[in-house]
Write a protein that binds this ligand. Structure first.
Ligand SMILES: [Zn+2]
Ligand SMILES: [Zn+2]
Length: 272
């Protein structure tokens, strides 16, 4: 974290405030019993092209997804943020109170995030008068240790699947970032569970377009090792880090945050 703060000075401020959150998240251990998970996993029927589960249909009954540890982590994050004098302190305190006094409040939030239900998320945010994006970010951070543990347990199964789709083989989410590994192969990275999977270099992960005339990329002038791949058919883009350029690239979750200025650049070019 300290290294990346030094290297990516443009995103310094965002990274510094993220550091404390990351420390709190990293202190909480994985919350899933791998053995139990493997037993449950065998019950999922794999069909070709289908991820292990779809976000809209999160198999809460199959995965022993204990939301209590995630709720505790959410409380810690809310407690920390409501004590550092942010503009939204009142909302954060209300959220902290709700998560303290009504266990179903946090569970509701996690479920809304997992199934990507924006309406439910906005309703929950209104109740405590907090920006839905803030709440989505904090709730997302709080369930990450559980999601990462889940992904690690099933990654062997995933590696055996021949997967070349634009969505995550574990949870069906879209990618938040891409990378070129040292061997030149392109990989996509899931924005929810952090799974990585191979993907052809000349193809759009969002609309499957592989016509090279309408696909392209531009480089970030100020930073070597990054590029923005875009698709003129769906007007979407994805940031890509070339790992060859960096001796020790950071995890992609972090690189994604450290390169928010590239998102602004892509938006300037009319991509979304
Ligand atoms: Zn995923
Ligand atoms: Zn596209």
């Amino acid at each position: 974290m300290d290294r990346i703060i030094q290297q990516r000075s443009v995103a310094k401020e965002a990274l510094i405030s993220f550091r404390e959150i990351l420390v709190i998240v990293c202190e909480s251990g994985p919350e899933i019993q791998p053995r139990v998970l493997e037993e449950r996993l065998s019950k999922i029927k794999q069909t070709e092209g289908a991820p292990l589960f779809f976000r809209g249909d999160f198999p809460f009954d199959l995965f022993p997804f204990d939301l209590v540890p995630a709720s505790k982590l959410l409380e810690k994050l809310l407690r920390y943020l409501s004590a550092i004098g942010r503009e939204d302190t009142d909302g954060l305190k209300r959220a902290l109170k709700s998560s303290n006094t009504e266990p179903e409040w946090s569970e509701n939030l996690f479920r809304a995030i997992l199934v990507d239900d924006k309406m439910r998320l906005s309703k929950i945010s209104k109740e405590v008068d907090l920006n839905p994006e803030t709440l989505q970010f904090l709730g997302g951070m709080a369930i990450k240790p559980s999601l990462f543990a889940l992904r690690e347990t099933i990654s062997d199964t995933i590696d055996k699947m021949e997967w070349e789709n634009g969505y995550c083989p574990v949870c069906g989410s879209g990618p938040d970032m891409a990378c070129f590994e040292r061997n030149g192969k392109r990989y996509l990275h899931c924005d929810l569970c952090g799974q990585k999977w191979p993907f052809p270099r000349v193809r759009c992960p969002f609309c499957d377009n592989h016509d090279h005339e309408s696909l392209g990329y531009f480089l970030a002038e100020t930073e070597e090792g990054f590029r923005i791949d875009f698709c003129r058919r769906c007007q979407r883009y994805i940031k890509t880090i070339d790992k060859k350029t960096f001796e020790k690239p950071a995890p992609l979750e972090l690189e994604n945050l450290a390169t928010i200025h590239l998102d602004l650049l892509a938006a300037d070019h009319g991509f979304k």
